[in-house]
Write a new protein. Sequence first.
Length: 110
Amino acid sequence: MRIASRHQRIVIALSVHILRTAVTRCGERRVDRPDVQLALRTLLPFCPERWPLVLYWDAAGQENEIGRAQGVTAAFNGIVRQLRRAGCYEEVPSAGSTPTPPETGGRHGA
């Protein structure tokens, strides 16, 4: 697996954002839309295994809300796990979240 450039990492992060947004909407309606299809296609070269991408797309078009939500969520987790393992994706904390403090090496109150 090749190392992703800064530009590629930005595109990967945007693709993951699109898929994450679809995960939040999939309980209400089908999410087999062009934006999701493009995000999945964009991630194809960076996922060592293709199955979570295919599973996501197949689940996104299901009519059954429960099956769709379970399939899309499981596939999304598989996609993110593969991207992280490949070194192509790192979770970026949102603007409102508290960052994790760096380790202090045992020093307290310095």
